[in-house]
Design a protein around this ligand. Sequence first.
Ligand SMILES: NC(=O)c1ccc[n+]([C@@H]2O[C@H](COP(=O)([O-])OP(=O)(O)OC[C@H]3O[C@@H](n4cnc5c(N)ncnc54)[C@H](O)[C@@H]3O)[C@@H](O)[C@H]2O)c1
Length: 272
Amino acid sequence: MSNKSIAISMEGKVALITGSARGLGAEIAKTLSRAGATIMITDILEDLGRSTVKEIEEAGGRAAFLPHNVTSEADWERVTAETVKQFGGLDVVINNAGIEICALFENTKVEDFQRILDINVTGVFLGLKHACKAMKPGGIAGSGGSIINLSSVAGLRGYAGLGAYCGSKGGVKLLTKAAAVEFASLKYGIRVNSIHPGLIPTNMGKSVLQGFVDAGLAPTAEKVSEAFERSTPLGMIGQPSDIANAALYLASDQSPWVTGAEIVVDGGTTAT
Ligand SMILES: NC(=O)c1ccc[n+]([C@@H]2O[C@H](COP(=O)([O-])OP(=O)(O)OC[C@H]3O[C@@H](n4cnc5c(N)ncnc54)[C@H](O)[C@@H]3O)[C@@H](O)[C@H]2O)c1
């Protein structure tokens, strides 16, 4: 067997990643940076966003931060324009920002349902719209590229206590496919794919565990974590790097014939 290795290169590419001050977004940013990409970190968490930029720079990468609420169209216009101005292009947009709400249907307030749709679905819709406008031929960046949307295993199947979240992530799955088909048929050179992570212990992952307890669906967060682990064929909880490596593949030129795909990274959970 050959011992030659293939490294995925992102040299010369510029990636904008929403909600990347922490969690999966920050891990994706660091992974793409190590592969050579220039990174625009955007988030509503400004201090944390700037410290993630510092970490990337200290590791020898190039990055900057812009404050960005993904539900604001004016913010999207500003961050896409500013990224192209600062870094000279835009090749990858990762719609990662998201929130979760854990509650039974009968206890979910309509305002909470609308809030999760606003951030998780409208945020991704605006990301698709403004990434497309910037990246398509004749746009301010104009050289096509890759858009990646963070859905979830909860966008593929139902979970008790996660009705609003499941609805929002199912929306992300089909927005992805519609955009993939449209941008391909218009010959924009823009691929669009979704990633569907299983449970990953970020701030969100940990708060989901407690959410099941608060919703009256489990006695303790530890019990929920054990149940997730038991129901995962590979027998362990995933790590942020599992998701970041999938994003690296989809962002890179190693996936030129992949569009409209749902990449499930869940240790086999949804295969059962
Ligand atoms: N962690 C998991 O188990 C898991 C599983 C499946 C899918 N996901 C998805 O992955 C993505 C990242 O999740 P995470 O685990 O890193 O969560 P996280 O809570 O650690 O990070 C989410 C980030 O999004 C930002 N954000 C929230 N609202 C925003 C807004 N309106 N505008 C801009 N930024 C905003 C937050 O400030 C935060 O930095 C989310 O879309 C989430 O639904 C996570």
